[in-house]
Design a protein around this ligand. Structure first.
Ligand SMILES: C[S@@+](CC[C@H](N)C(=O)[O-])C[C@H]1O[C@@H](n2cnc3c(N)ncnc32)[C@H](O)[C@@H]1O
Length: 414
């Protein structure tokens, strides 16, 4: 006879461990009629058709009379519905329900969160060395002669910055390209409207209004930007230098999907420049995403989205770790009570049920080596032209690639 483990029933019927124990005890004392299965002196609830409907009714009843000390019914704040589009809300609901994850890109949306990230980048800028921002700036300077050489063959240059931050990473690079007289436009792609605004203001100030800047809100997990690139080209002979900086590839659940969105947005002349922090024992321990005024376990911009969802600090504790098997750092919350999170999605409410002890992932930083970076670029349609490393432990790297094309001999072959 098949039977359910306690943990299976907890998951299947969204009830607590204690509730399952109570059902077994009540059946033994004759108060319930479930079919039990005995094994090694222990009692289990049998996996039978007879039990299915009883379990369903029992679970519905137990959820209704749940102890409110251990269970909270939660609704997102009005600000949540104002900030995110309908499509984004559905994406957040689905990711919470199916993957127990809040996709990382949503934490940059909203003015308070973006202000925080801007301050974090300013903190890195003040620190001056051996961080992702300073290393990216240094790497771009080092590779400038090589990039110049590629651009030399083209009439004009546009820079397409994917994930703009506040523009600081590219300030000196843009200045150097502008001095060649060929730089025409700065095109920014980002999910965060306030970070796009900050970047627009910064570029206008740094270049005294002399660099045309066009910005586009896109979520690069699935939205291409080919038309934004083409609209901004002066002629067919404009080369687009597409930047993907700040080590963000490892933040995505499916980094390959993101690389394909970028690849499919690029033209045949264009090059991709990506910076990353490589795996080593020090980078595995790095979790310093706070600014000076914020000493909390959860960086403000991650907490901000939890606040918008109505999740109070008393409902969870924060966990951060390096997961060896998945080769990633993670920041998660572990629920200290069970929650029914009810989303108003128009015609009906969608309730996401989560149990005490479950973990919700807020951030991941997947770790790449030089080899695995080249591997993922190459398996997603890029040909890596060059890689450069800097840093005390050679942990920061820049990869310059172009889109792989089918050769004419290949396309002529039958
Ligand atoms: C770590 S910062 C890097 C900023 C900058 N490139 C640098 O090196 O300082 C990440 C940036 O990517 C943006 N971003 C993150 N996920 C995104 C997504 N799915 N689609 C578009 N932009 C995204 C964020 O809003 C933020 O501006």
């Amino acid at each position: 006879l098949k039977y359910f483990k306690k943990s299976e029933l907890v998951k299947l019927y969204n009830v607590s461990d204690k509730t399952v124990r109570n059902w077994i005890e009540a059946t033994k004392s004759g108060k319930l009629n479930l079919e039990l299965y005995e094994k090694d002196g222990k009692s289990f609830i049998a996996d039978t058709v007879y039990n299915y409907s009883s379990l369903m009714n029992l679970a519905t009843r137990s959820r209704k009379y749940r102890n409110s000390l251990n269970h909270h019914r939660v609704e997102p704040l009005a600000g949540f519905y104002q900030l995110y589009s309908f499509e984004e809300i559905i994406d957040i609901v689905n990711n919470l329900e199916m993957h127990r994850e809040i996709p990382q890109q949503y934490r940059y949306c909203g003015t308070p969160a973006a202000t925080y990230w801007n301050e974090y980048l300013l903190k890195l800028d003040r620190a001056g060395s051996d961080n992702m921002l300073s290393a990216t700036q240094e790497l771009l300077q080092l590779d400038l002669p090589y990039i110049d050489k590629i651009a030399e063959r083209h009439a004009s240059i546009n820079v397409v910055d994917v994930g703009v931050g506040n523009g600081l990473a590219v300030k000196a690079f843009l200045g150097a390209l502008q001095r060649t007289g060929k730089l025409k436009k700065y095109v920014g792609i980002d999910i965060s409207l306030p970070l796009l605004d900050t970047t627009r203001e910064n570029i206008a100030t740094w270049f005294s209004g002399n660099l045309e800047t066009n910005l586009y809100r896109r979520d690069i997990t699935h939205q291409r930007f080919a038309e934004a690139i083409v609209h901004n080209m002066e002629s067919e002979d404009t080369i687009n230098i597409v930047l993907f900086l700040g080590g963000i590839l490892g933040n995505f659940k499916a980094p390959g999907d993101v690389l394909r969105v970028i690849r499919d947005s690029m033209g045949s002349n264009d090059i991709l420049i990506m910076s990353d922090k490589l795996d080593n024992e020090y980078s595995r321990r790095f979790f310093d995403f706070n600014i000076e005024s914020d000493k909390s376990a959860l960086p403000f911009y991650s907490k901000y989205i939890l606040d918008l969802l109505g999740l109070k600090e008393s409902y969870y504790r924060v966990e951060q770790q390096y997961e060896l098997i998945r080769r990633q750092r993670t920041i998660c919350i572990r629920l200290t009570s069970s929650l029914s999170l009810s989303f108003d999605i128009g015609r009906f409410n969608k309730v996401v049920e989560m149990q005490k002890g479950e973990r919700i992932l807020l951030w991941r930083g997947g770790h790449f080596t030089t080899e695995s970076s080249v591997g993922i670029l190459s398996s997603n349609g890029f040909e890596v032209l060059r890689s450069t490393k800097v840093g005390d432990k050679q942990e920061f790297s820049l990869f310059i690639s172009k889109v792989k094309k089918i050769s004419s001999s290949e396309s002529l072959a039958t």
